[in-house]
Design a protein. Structure first.
Length: 199
């Protein structure tokens, strides 16, 4: 329920439950954390969404003490536990569904190219590839063992989805985009990895 990167309530929660609440500052975190939890709890227990919004907005009113002074709504004592348990199960199921990865290994030999390559991949190529491949998610990393080596990972539900991309029409525009930007200065190869065991 918490966006640790931006220190803000998740966008879907802000927009759905109480869109009128302004963007929050990090020091207000205890209050918005409590408000989001309370609102979600009310919704999960089939309470009126207006009640949840009013409760959240009351917490954010000027001069209010926030989570430290606000009473916990009766449903929250057990409702939040059920809600978080459900969310935990959903997250585990989503992780279990991801069984294969398309991995692109690139070797940026010239050190002077690495900063611009990193920026291009972050702002252009990775978002484009995730959308084009319809990947569940994607991420990338630089090797600490071989500083010239960059890896990009794209996650799929099964190996067939990942394998189908190799040589397909979907991948050709991405290859062309890469070649336009880097030509023969960056060598690369692709692999399909299939998960066979998790512990």
């Amino acid at each position: 329920m918490i966006d640790e990167v931006t220190a803000q309530p998740p966008a879907r929660v802000r927009g759905w439950l109480f869109p009128s609440i302004r963007a929050l500052q990090p020091e207000e975190e205890p209050r918005w954390r409590f408000a989001v939890d309370a609102a979600d709890c009310h919704i999960s227990n089939n309470r009126k969404s207006q009640d949840a919004q009013a409760y959240a907005e009351e917490l954010f009113a000027p001069g209010k003490g926030g989570a430290a002074s606000a009473p916990v709504p009766p449903c929250c004592a057990t409702g939040l536990g059920r809600l978080y348990s459900h969310l935990g199960h959903v997250e585990q199921e989503n992780r279990a569904m991801a069984r294969a990865y398309l991995v692109v290994r690139a070797e940026v030999l010239h050190e002077a190219d690495r900063a611009s390559f990193d920026h291009w991949y972050a702002t252009d190529h990775l978002p484009l590839a995730i959308r084009t491949f319809a990947a569940q998610r994607g991420w990338r990393c630089w090797s600490r063992s071989e500083p010239a080596v960059h890896y990009a990972f794209y996650e799929f539900a099964d190996a067939g989805q990942a394998q189908a991309l190799i040589g397909s029409e979907k991948i050709r525009p991405l290859i062309a985009d890469f070649d336009r930007a880097w030509g023969d200065r960056v060598a690369r190869r692709r692999e399909i990895l299939e998960v066979v065991q998790e512990m």
